[in-house]
Each structure stands twice: as structure tokens, then as C-alpha cells.
Ligand binder design. Structure first.
Ligand code: PEP
Ligand code: MN
Length: 511
């Protein structure tokens, strides 16, 4: 028997009202009635029904025993960085595939994504004149919410592909397979291991020249503009090196955090661990890090907590951490106030994201924040807004005002991808570069108009030369989509389009 209570699953899955416990939580209440499995008492969307119950239990028990993939120290480090983003002192760049496949766990796919995120972050630092917090949408971004449980395959309906940790893309592998849960852990571990290894081996060493490769940019004036930005970044790095401004070795490495949608709660539960809070955790809950009651050395949180003279309780020294990733978000389809996902998320110490689409009412958004952020901790929640270029104007301002009045201080992040998906006349899902750019530009302006700050962007991208989104400097059109369309879910920006977006967003900041 492991340390965690496993989900209690009825044979009909977890939607059965009969499973609802009598101690349903009260909005905004303390988390005493929460446990890693309390979500099983709530109605759930996007549920996965496993036929082989025994195999499921076996996988979950295995996962429960496996070590954390990330530590509470790293998670709290990200919480601090996102606190800065919420206060306008840092900018958050989050990006990666829509659906990560187990097959993407290989050298080139991992390396090219890290390099791309690094280059984009340098451009954004130059533009926003702020540190950039980097979160990769990888090492666990497997599960996908689907609008329909079935999809067409050569004229017949088969179960939809729901992500590599649930079923296979191959039409013969569409039955949910519990062994994929364990496989997901090991693919996450291998990906994360290689990310860590690459970063500690100098992939992000800014003393080395980066290959910016602007050959694709057709317009000579745009090309000259990007070249000037790169020259300016390179010159700044060289200058810092020359004057010895890099004594702490800050140019040699960077922080790169991971994230995924917290969709498959059986999996997330097994990696949710009760851990001692690292030093500095208590300060997060207070108005400022320089809070006078926090010990200056801050070495041991159990003895240096807020009231050092009184005894601390286990609740003050420990917390529940999702150790499968640093940052977890709730999708737009699973954010129901009384649903299983919101219940699970409200108990976590991790920084969390919430996708906010056009159907979100302003008062609903505030009630959701009251549930997941009852202590109103600055930057605990990132609101990932994804309205679409035509809807952002009518919705974002209202949401900004409602959140401001509620007293929650969030990171406002623009996801310009998900509200801008369209189908070509031949039925291929794509997104236009100009729509993506337009939503970011509107979000930036609307935040400024409301005295708020756009704290970051959330993008679907890949380091490969795919042809999934149209537009950009390469001038991709609908006709080009078939050249290299390889996504298993939503269309991603390719390396060139992603870098170009970073240049243009940096330009917006510079005015
Ligand atoms: C996604 O980020 O891939 C996704 C499914 O987004 P949303 O929940 O915003 O639809
Ligand atoms: Mn997507």
C-alpha cells in the first residue's frame, strides 16, 4: 500500500453521482477537506474509462512508488518568478507542441525546442527589457481534451485519439491502455533528463554564438531589422562578458521549467506528493519577500516560519506538490467550478494556469479564482486567455476589471493560438500568423488601456520546419500546408514563424 489513497473508481467510471461525498468543499475554504483523491467525488469531464481495472490499479501503484520528476524547490523557484511576472517585473514565455508524442522523446526534437525557446527568450528580453521566465510545454504534454469521443477514419467512426498517455494514434490502438500511464512517466523522465543534461552542458551558454539563420526572410527591410536586433543582443552579451558582468556565471545557463495540461487526473494524483516546503515558501504567501518576520538566513522552513517562537504545524511546513511537472494548467473544457479538475487543482502548491476562453463569464472567473487561490497569492495563478482576434476586444477588458476588483493578482498570459484555429476549404486545421499576431497585439494594448500588464505569451510551436500555420516571412499559404503537416492535434508555429513572432512582440514593447 503506497502513501496515497488511490482513486476509488466505480465500474461505470467516476461520473457516478453515487460517489459524491457528503463533505463537498466550500468555495474559498481552507484545504482541510482536500486530498489528492478528493477529485474522484466530483463530476468529471473528458473522463477516461478503462476496461481493464486490474491493469489500471497496477499502473497507478507503480507510478505512486516512482520518484518525483521535479522537486518542491524548483516549483517554488518558479512560483517566485511568476510572482515577478504578475507584478510586471518579468515576462513569461511558454511554448511547445499541442500534443507531445512519445516519439518526440529523441535528441533533435528536444534540442531544437530548447534552442528555439532560448532564442525567443533573448529577443523578448531585449524587447520587454525584463527577465523572461521560460516554461516548455513538454516532458509530459501528452493528454488531449477532445470535442468528440469518436472521429472519422476512412468513413467509419473510431474512438478519438486522446494523447499518447491514453491511447495510440494508430486506429487499432484507440482503446485506453493503462500501461501507457507508466510509459508516459518514463518518456517524461527521459525528456526531462535530456533537457537538464543539455542545459548543464552548455546548450544555453550565451558565450557561444547562436545560429539565428534568417535566410527565409524574404523582405529585405524586415531582414535588416531582425539582423539589427540580433546584432544588438550579441553586442550586449559580448559587452557583459568583457566587463566581467558575468561573475555569477549567469550567461552560462538558464532556468527552463516544464508544464502540461493537468487533464488525466489518475496520473496526476499518483505524482502528487506531500513534501516539506523549501526555504522561501512561506514568504510567497505574504505581501512581500522582504517580510520582516521571515528569517534572513531562511535555511530551515520548519524553524524559521512566520512565527518562529510558536510551534509550527505540519500544515505550515508541508504542502502537496504535483511532482510530474513544475506548472500545470486546467484546460478550457475542464474548468467547471464544481468539477473534478478544479477540485484537484485547488490543493496544489504548484503555480497553476487556467485557460480562459470566450464562454467564461466575468463573475465565474472570479469564483474560480476564489476556489483555487483562496489566499490571494500574487502570481499563484496564470490566466491564459484565448479568445480569438475578433473577440479579445470585447472580453479581455471585462475580465481584467473583474479580477482587479476581486483582489487576486494573476499573471495575464495571452494564448493567441486556440481562438484562431480555422479549417481550409479542404478541411485542414490551420492558423494564420497575422491572426496570432493580432491577438497578442490587441491583448498588449488592452492591458495598457486598463492599467494592467500583459505578463506573457503561450504558444504552440515546434523546432521543426513544419507547414501547419500559414503566413509569416516565409509566406506559407493554404497550398503549402500539405508539404510538412505532421501535428497530431493543433497546428504549430514552425521555428521561423515562432522566432518571427518573438521579434514582432519585442517590437511592440519597444513601441
Ligand atoms: C491546448 O492548449 O492545447 C488546449 C486544448 O487549449 P484549450 O484548453 O485552451 O482549448
Ligand atoms: Mn492545442
Amino acid at each position: 500500500q503506497g502513501p496515497l489513497e488511490l482513486p476509488q473508481l466505480s465500474s461505470a467510471g467516476k461520473t457516478a453521482a453515487a460517489l459524491k461525498s457528503s463533505n463537498g468543499h466550500v468555495e474559498g475554504s481552507a484545504t482541510s477537506d482536500w486530498s489528492p483523491s478528493s477529485w474522484t467525488t466530483k463530476p468529471i469531464k473528458q473522463d477516461v474509462i478503462y476496461d481493464d481495472r486490474e491493469a489500471l490499479e497496477k499502473s497507478l501503484r507503480k507510478l505512486e512508488r516512482l520518484p518525483p520528476l521535479v522537486t518542491s524547490t524548483e516549483i517554488v523557484k518558479l512560483r517566485k518568478a511568476l510572482r515577478d511576472a504578475a507584478l510586471g517585473k518579468a515576462f513569461l514565455l511558454q511554448g511547445g507542441d499541442c500534443a507531445e508524442l512519445f516519439d518526440y522523446c529523441e535528441d533533435d526534437a528536444i534540442t531544437s525546442k530548447i534552442k528555439l525557446l532560448l532564442q525567443m527568450s533573448l529577443v523578448l528580453i531585449w524587447g520587454a527589457n525584463k527577465p523572461v521566465v521560460r516554461i516548455a510545454r513538454m516532458a509530459g504534454q501528452f493528454a488531449k481534451p477532445r470535442s468528440s469521443p469518436t472521429e472519422d477514419y476512412n468513413g467509419r467512426q473510431i474512438p478519438s485519439f486522446r494523447g499518447d498517455n491514453i491511447n495510440g494514434y494508430d486506429p487499432e490502438e484507440r482503446t485506453p491502455d493503462p500501461s501507457r500511464l507508466v510509459s508516459a512517466y518514463f518518456h517524461s523522465a527521459a525528456t526531462l533528463n535530456y533537457m537538464r543534461a543539455q542545459i548543464s552542458s552548455g546548450i544555453a551558454d550565451l558565450h557561444n554564438p547562436l545560429d539565428w539563420n534568417l535566410g527565409h526572410v524574404q523582405d529585405p527591410s524586415i531582414k535588416a531589422k531582425y539582423s539589427r536586433i540580433i546584432a544588438s543582443i550579441t553586442e550586449s552579451l559580448r559587452f557583459m562578458h568583457t566587463v566581467g558582468a558575468d561573475t555569477a556565471g549567469q550567461l552560462e545557463t538558464v532556468d527552463l521549467f516544464t508544464s502540461h495540461e493537468g487533464l488525466l487526473l489518475e496520473y496526476e494524483q499518483t505524482l502528487t506528493r506531500r513534501l516539506r516546503n523549501p526555504a522561501g515558501k512561506n514568504a510567497l504567501n505574504q505581501g512581500t519577500f522582504a517580510h520582516p518576520t521571515t528569517s534572513a538566513s531562511g535555511s530551515n522552513p520548519s524553524t524559521t516560519s512566520i512565527t518562529a517562537t510558536t510551534t509550527t504545524t505540519e500544515d505550515e511546513t508541508h504542502g502537496w506538490y504535483n511532482t510530474s511537472t513544475h506548472f500545470l494548467w486546467i484546460g478550457d473544457r475542464t474548468r467547471q467550478l464544481d468539477g473534478a479538475h478544479v477540485e484537484y487543482f485547488r490543493g496544489l502548491e504548484n503555480p497553476i494556469g487556467i485557460k480562459v476562453g470566450p464562454s467564461m463569464e466575468a463573475d465565474e472567473l472570479v469564483r474560480l479564482l476564489d476556489i483555487v487561490d483562496p489566499k490571494k497569492e500574487t502570481g499563484k495563478v496564470t490566466l491564459i486567455t484565448r479568445y480569438g482576434e475578433g473577440k479579445v476586444e470585447g472580453l479581455l477588458g471585462k475580465h481584467i476589471e473583474a479580477v482587479r476588483q476581486s483582489g487576486h493578482v494573476v499573471v495575464w498570459q495571452c494564448d493567441p493560438m486556440h481562438g484562431n484555429t480555422r479549417s481550409t476549404p479542404t478541411g485542414i486545421k490551420t492558423r494564420h500568423f497575422s491572426s496570432i499576431l493580432s491577438e497578442v497585439s490587441s491583448a498588449l494594448r488592452i492591458h495598457q488601456q486598463h492599467g494592467s500588464v500583459l505578463g506573457g505569451v503561450h504558444l504552440e510551436l515546434t523546432g521543426d520546419a513544419v507547414t501547419e500555420c500559414v503566413g509569416g516571412s516565409e509566406g506559407l499559404t493554404d497550398d503549402d500546408l500539405s508539404l510538412n503537416y505532421t501535428t497530431y492535434c493543433d497546428p504549430r508555429l514552425n521555428e521561423k514563424q515562432a522566432l518571427e513572432l518573438a521579434f514582432l512582440v519585442a517590437g511592440f514593447f519597444r513601441g
